[in-house]
Design a protein around this ligand. Structure first.
Ligand code: BTN
Length: 334
């Protein structure tokens, strides 16, 4: 596990190499500056290479970085991050059971905004108790929040978060994703990302909230679709990037965290109208005749709007029905 607050020798070696901006640094300089042996330098260089950085070594010249890593490592995310609070601390795992589990273990008042990222999850959780396949190539992350906004916005929050991701994808990848009610981000009609929320409530106030975000960033969609259990809700999984594309996920993550912070500010101010308007403009759900099942009973109607609590308003035979999904998992209500 790596943490953005780490101050290990490995990170100091990396920082030193980076500060030389693709120029060589001699092995002796690294030894002197960090007060470590030549063998230690070599060992750390090996580890840094294993993290995906390309480092050239030349006799008499030393070492230089020639290529950045493509892994969303904590210090890469925190550097140049434009947020005030979200993402100031990042934890990164190669493999974890679920980032939601880790987040709920460490959540306390002091780590609001902390982000947990994993390259792969062995027990990824999806909405409504489903399993979430989390192979290498995706972005699997959780954000711990102690939001100020009113508890009544809890059910709108995951929907608003999918809007934040949609905006970040547009800005950083130059794609045109859509939003499918409740929390899905889609590309060419296939699901490329989903959100879930675990929440603890104390005296009718949000004690803490953990937003879980699963992004099929660069995955083998064919293989994933073949492995998934086809429920009634299944409409196919996609991937934001193709296998052949080389891209760094860090920019997308940074942009998402920034947009998420904007969403939280809007909810804090209570101006949900802005969120509803933006979500609607990117929605593939509104205006469509859609089958929706609620607690076992199936309905067909026309989706006409999103309510301020995240409910989808459906018109059927001249009357309106509200659909609210049980998307938020209540960890504790006291
Ligand atoms: C959905 O079913 O649409 C929501 C999926 C959310 C998956 C993410 S991946 C990171 C975080 N950790 C988990 O175990 N689940 C969420």
């Amino acid at each position: 596990m790596y943490n953005s607050n780490d101050d290990s020798i490995l990170l100091r070696v990396l920082k030193l190499l980076k500060s030389h901006n693709f120029e060589y640094v001699s092995g002796q300089d690294i030894c002197d500056k960090l007060k470590i042996s030549r063998t230690a330098v070599w060992k750390h260089i090996k580890k840094i290479r294993a993290l995906g950085y390309k480092i050239e070594s030349r006799q008499n010249l030393g070492y230089r970085i020639t290529r950045q890593t493509l892994l969303p490592l904590p210090w890469e995310i925190t550097s140049d991050l434009k947020t005030k609070q979200i993402g100031k601390t990042v934890y990164y795992f190669d493999t974890i059971d679920s980032t939601q589990n880790f987040a709920s273990k460490i959540s306390n008042q002091n780590n609001s905004g902390a982000v947990i990222i994993a390259q792969r999850q062995t027990s990824g959780k999806g909405r409504l108790g489903r399993r979430w396949a989390s192979p290498v190539g995706g972005i699997w992350l959780s954000v711990i929040l102690h939001p100020k906004f009113d508890v009544s916005y809890t059910t709108l929050f995951p929907i608003a978060s999918s809007l934040a991701l949609c905006i970040a994808v547009e800005k950083t990848l130059n794609l045109k994703p859509e939003l499918k009610w409740p929390n899905d981000v889609t590309l060419n009609g296939k699901k490329v990302a989903g959100m879930l929320v675990d929440i603890a409530i104390e005296s009718n106030q949000i004690e803490y909230l953990i937003l879980g975000v699963g992004i099929n960033y660069k995955i083998d969609a064919k293989k994933l679709n073949a492995s998934l259990k086809k429920s009634d809700h299944f409409y196919g999984a996609g991937s934001l990037l193709k296998k052949s594309q080389v891209a760094n996920p860090t920019k997308l993550i940074q942009s998402f965290l920034y947009e998420l912070e904007q969403i939280c500010n809007i909810l804090d101010n209570g101006s949900v109208g802005t969120i509803i308007k933006k979500w609607t403009s990117k929605s593939s759900t509104i205006g469509k005749k859609i089958p929706v099942d609620t607690a076992g009973s199936k309905m067909n109607g026309k989706a006409i709007k999103l309510d301020t609590d995240g409910a989808l308003v459906i018109s059927k035979n001249g009357s309106e029905h509200r659909l609210l999904v049980g998307d938020v998992n209540y960890l504790r209500i006291r």
